[in-house]
Design a protein. Structure first.
Length: 270
């Protein structure tokens, strides 16, 4: 009888000990969860500077439909120049002017399709995000150079545009190589590319406008679009400076909330 009581007593002691251990373990695990939540929610962490190598761009998908469309846009530029040169040498050959205008429209179409198909076919890549704007810069500078040479587009606007594009290439390269960040084009940049396309198209249509519309008309003053382009370029430079100044020169000041979708999108790491 005494042995039975000892066993029962021993069992009760062991059960109490097990309950205490389980309760303590639960408290510790709950505390750990709370601590992890406290670290990740409502707190900001300093930006981690990550450097990248250029060859890392080639580790992603290269041969995609969207990338091929971006490159094809550059290959359209020599045809555009040749058609325009042929027409200006022989104005009676109006078909070459039409060829140049159609080439311009085809370049605009490829610019739209490469981004659309990349999203539709899930072919978005880091390389594609850099390749598309670089091809845009080559084509837009080439197009503006043509209308400067043949249609008296203001040279100083072309120079300002080239300087802005060089700064854009430098900024994008710096953000990727030295900060590990995918620089994103803002709406001002997209408006700028679109306005360049409109400007080139407008100037190319001037011979047709002069033939069809006698007398004075606002359609005979395409330089208006050039002045609007300058204002858009200035607005774009201001917007880029506001977004990336601290990232470039003072990365230690940047704080990122991991749970803030807007912040994560703004400072997307690649």
């Amino acid at each position: 009888m005494i042995l039975f009581q000892k066993n029962v007593s021993g069992q009760s002691i062991s059960f109490k000990l097990i309950r205490k251990i389980l309760f303590l373990k639960f408290i510790l695990s709950f505390t750990g969860i709370q601590n992890s939540l406290h670290k990740n929610i409502g707190t900001k962490v300093k930006m981690i500077v990550q450097e990248k190598k250029p060859q890392e761009l080639l580790e992603d998908r290269i041969f995609t439909i969207s990338n091929l469309l971006s490159i094809s846009r550059v290959f359209l530029l020599p045809f555009f120049i040749t058609f325009t040169k042929t027409y200006m040498a022989s104005p009676e050959k109006t078909e070459f002017l039409l060829y140049a205008i159609l080439t311009c429209l085809l370049a605009v179409l490829t610019d739209y399709l490469d981004g659309f198909l990349a999203r539709l076919l899930h072919q978005e890549s880091v390389l594609g995000r850099y390749l598309d704007p670089i091809c845009d810069k080559i084509v837009t500078i080439g197009g503006l150079s043509v209308i400067v040479h043949y249609f008296r587009f203001p040279l100083w606007i072309l120079i300002a545009y080239i300087i802005r594009e060089i700064l854009g290439i430098w900024l994008g390269s710096f953000l990727y190589l030295k900060r590990g960040i995918q620089g994103k084009p803002n709406w001002w940049g997209k408006f700028g590319v679109g306005l360049v396309a409109i400007t080139v198209f407008w100037y190319m249509c001037i011979p047709l406008i002069q033939f069809r519309i006698p007398g004075e008309s606002i359609l005979k003053h395409p330089e208006i679009s050039g002045y609007i382009l300058v204002m858009i370029l200035c607005a774009g430079i201001f917007a880029y400076s506001k977004r990336y100044w601290d990232i470039v020169f003072h990365p230690e000041k940047i704080q990122i909330d991991p749970e803030d979708k807007k912040t994560r999108k703004k400072y997307e790491l690649v």
